[in-house]
Design a protein around this ligand. Structure first.
Ligand SMILES: NC(=O)c1ccc[n+]([C@@H]2O[C@H](COP(=O)([O-])OP(=O)(O)OC[C@H]3O[C@@H](n4cnc5c(N)ncnc54)[C@H](OP(=O)(O)O)[C@@H]3O)[C@@H](O)[C@H]2O)c1
Length: 261
């Protein structure tokens, strides 16, 4: 190999994305770190460069901005960087009845969780298909397997990520490119706090450590798995949804998302 491989990771400033950045770096990959918090990205970049002798580039971006994906790729082009691994990890949720949540935050969620992911995937795939090599890791969720009353838009965005990833995985599987939809269950990050979901029954039942989830996601991507669910209980939950009556699935999901109980 004439150059080190490069991984572009969105939402790398904390949580699962930050843990994924550490794994890619420890495996000797260069990094492109994307999120809004430039200070956090810079300190992570310097830490990983000195620990692993890799190069870490920081590209601050707010993915609610529809122009952000193209701008990120034009920075990469100017610096002569290709993307061998794309990790679409940035995302957020919001807990509450849809009609009572501010519309703008729901539209921003669609932009970050769906639109930016689709745009970045399209941009990254061009080089990957030309090189006949590349891996895409999309962080979906066990939420993607079911409707989510009181987090209705969030669950629907994750369904999109799951189905979109499966669809394109099949399209590119003979072209040297893999696409993995990784589905964590409740994970101990800032996600629940941001979503106003930290007192929900789902999170009270327990949350997996972010580093464990990231390791599972990384391994699944490297094996080229199309859909990967972290943890046996999460797998059983996702599987049982297929055979349960929809009214029951909706009721249980609403109960799990209930806050302040
Ligand atoms: N934690 C869970 O229970 C759980 C379960 C299943 C799936 N997931 C998924 O896992 C992924 C990572 O979440 P996490 O749990 O690690 O949560 P987190 O700790 O809140 O991290 C979210 C990341 O996304 C970035 N981000 C959010 N809005 C952004 C925006 N507008 N522009 C650019 N970056 C933005 C944040 O960076 P800045 O704030 O610096 O921009 C941060 O780095 C998400 O897609 C989430 O849906 C999480």
């Amino acid at each position: 190999m004439d150059r080190r491989e490069t991984a572009l990771i969105t939402g790398a400033s904390m949580g699962i994305g930050k843990e994924l950045a550490k794994i890619f770096a420890s495996d000797g990959r260069d990094l492109v770190l994307v999120a809004r918090s430039e200070d956090k990205l810079q300190s992570l970049a310097r830490e990983l460069e000195s620990a692993h002798g890799i190069a870490a580039h920081v590209v601050p971006a707010d993915l609610t901005d529809p122009g952000a994906p193209a701008r990120i790729f034009s920075v990469l082009e100017n610096e002569g960087l290709g993307v061998d691994y794309l990790v679409n990890n940035a995302g957020f949720g919001a807990n509450g009845p849809f009609a009572e949540l501010p519309l703008q935050s729901q539209m921003d969620m669609l932009q970050v969780n769906i639109d930016a992911l689709v745009a970045l995937t399209h941009l990254a795939l061009q080089g990957m298909l030309a090189r006949k090599r590349g891996r895409i890791l999309n962080i979906a969720s066990t939420a993607g397997f079911q409707p989510g009353p009181d987090m209705a838009v969030y669950y629907a965005t994750k369904s999109f990520v799951l189905l979109f990833s499966e669809g394109i995985a099949e399209e590119v599987k003979d072209a040297g490119v893999t696409v993995t939809a990784h589905c964590p269950g409740a994970t101990a990050t800032n996600f629940a706090g941001t979503a106003g979901n930290d007192t929900s029954i789902l999170f009270k039942l327990g949350a997996a450590p972010a580093d464990k989830v990231a390791r599972h996601a990384y391994r699944s991507m490297m094996k080229g798995k199309v859909v990967a669910i972290e943890g046996l209980m999460n797998w059983l939950t996702a599987f049982s949804v297929r055979f349960s009556p929809r009214f029951l699935v909706r009721k249980i999901a609403r109960w799990m998302n209930k806050t302040g109980a």
